[in-house]
Design a protein. Structure first.
Length: 401
């Protein structure tokens, strides 16, 4: 048993794990998904020195986590979704997971996250889907590439952050109009770009492309009805052509911000049912469907040069929901790695969905330059995202500037 590497106990009736689990020193995966009777974990969890993936989603009776839980040094993926008693204070010691790359906290009731999350220097994925009561976010580490904040309807950007950085006047207007989720998207993206600017990482080495063709870029999913005004080029439908200005690809150009608003094809409320935490399938009139879909953005260079097609595929699948926005960033480095000299006179951006019932209604693009994201470091570090109730914007309020 000491050589056991994976242990799946999901949907079993266990109430606790035996203390002898400390003997499983080679265990890399421990899955306790949907163990509804699980009330506690043993105090010797830190003995699992090889554990990389730990799933505790839907363990609804789990009342606390032992102190030594936070000392599992090799942990890379942690899923604490759907634990009704989970509070933000549980995560105060999360900084102990120095190797953590993915943190899933779906459908929990906490109102804030601890500032210690900023110390997770390896964190890339933060999944907060359907955390309806979440009111504030701390500063996130610049390593975060993918954030799912769909259904987090109580978030609003920090007033301090909206006074600095790019699109500041537009975002101040959004705050006055109550368009909170657009401001949240701006704030999170701006923090990420500020991190890139301060490190100059994107200018020194090429972004590695994964086997599926995707780059290691920033992505955010959030509830939204329309394209934010700070996306200067907008169009209804799933594609847009842009005439680029002279010298657009200068030394201060950082990359493209890409955006698509998506919605599911209408279904009668009585026809379908799915589990938000299951992330796999739902049923329509007895027929099974996958309730997630792949979303892909194609950026094509046009003009006096041969066409060069750059395809950017989303890091994770999108869960169906009414009206959500996918915001992504294509870096200068990734662009130069694909287009020979980087320059062209036009680009075409198109968005594709690969799923049963998801469609793109409108899209937008913005060219981002260093002067857009230059900021006061002290002011940024002291800022937080604070709370406000969500209110959708109207078409009249939302016109391209």
């Amino acid at each position: 048993m000491k050589s056991l590497s994976e242990l799946y106990l999901g949907k079993t009736a266990i109430e606790k794990l035996p203390s002898s689990i400390e003997c499983l020193t080679a265990l890399t995966i421990l899955n306790l998904n949907d163990c509804k009777n699980l009330k506690c974990l043993p105090s010797n969890m830190d003995s699992l020195r090889s554990l990389e993936i730990f799933v505790l989603s839907k363990c609804s009776k789990l009342a606390n986590l032992p102190e030594n839980f936070w000392k599992i040094k090799c942990l890379k993926e942690l899923n604490l979704s759907g634990i009704s008693q989970l509070e933000g204070t549980w995560l105060n010691a999360v900084a102990g997971f120095s190797s953590l790359k993915s943190l899933k906290l779906r459908a929990n009731n906490f109102v804030t996250l601890p500032a210690s999350i900023s110390q997770l220097s390896e964190l890339e994925v933060l999944d907060l889907y359907d955390c309806f009561w979440l009111q504030s976010l701390p500063k996130l580490p610049s390593s975060v590439r993918y954030i799912n904040a769909e259904g987090c309807r109580c978030l609003e950007p920090s007033p301090a952050l909206l006074k600095i950085g790019f699109f500041s006047r537009t975002c101040s207007q959004m705050r006055c109009n109550g368009e909170s989720n657009y401001g949240v998207a701006f704030t999170i993206l701006n923090r990420y770009l500020q991190g890139r600017l301060s490190q100059k990482a994107g200018y020194e080495t090429s972004t590695k492309r994964k086997e599926d063709g995707s780059g290691d870029e920033f992505q955010l999913i959030i509830s939204a009805y329309e394209i934010p005004r700070w996306l200067t080029h907008q169009r209804m439908g799933n594609s847009i052509n842009i005439e680029l200005p002279p010298n657009w690809c200068n030394s201060r150009w950082m990359g493209f911000t890409l955006c698509a608003c998506l919605d599911e094809i209408d279904l009668h409320p009585d026809e379908y049912i799915f589990d938000l935490l299951d992330e796999r399938e739902f049923y329509v009139s007895g027929e099974r469907f996958d309730h997630r879909a792949n979303v892909k953005a194609n950026v094509i260079a046009l003009g006096d040069m041969p066409h060069s097609d750059y395809t950017f595929e989303i890091f994770s699948r999108v869960t169906f929901g009414r009206w959500h926005m996918w915001l992504s960033y294509l870096s200068r480095d990734s662009w130069f790695a694909t287009v020979q000299n980087g320059e062209c006179s036009q680009i075409k951006v198109s968005f594709e969905t690969h799923g049963d019932r998801l469609v793109v209604w409108n899209c937008g693009v913005r060219l981002v330059y260093e002067q857009d994201v230059e900021f006061n470091q002290t002011e940024c570090e002291s800022s937080h995202i604070t709370t406000s109730r969500f209110r959708p914007t109207s078409s009249a309020d939302h016109q391209s500037g």
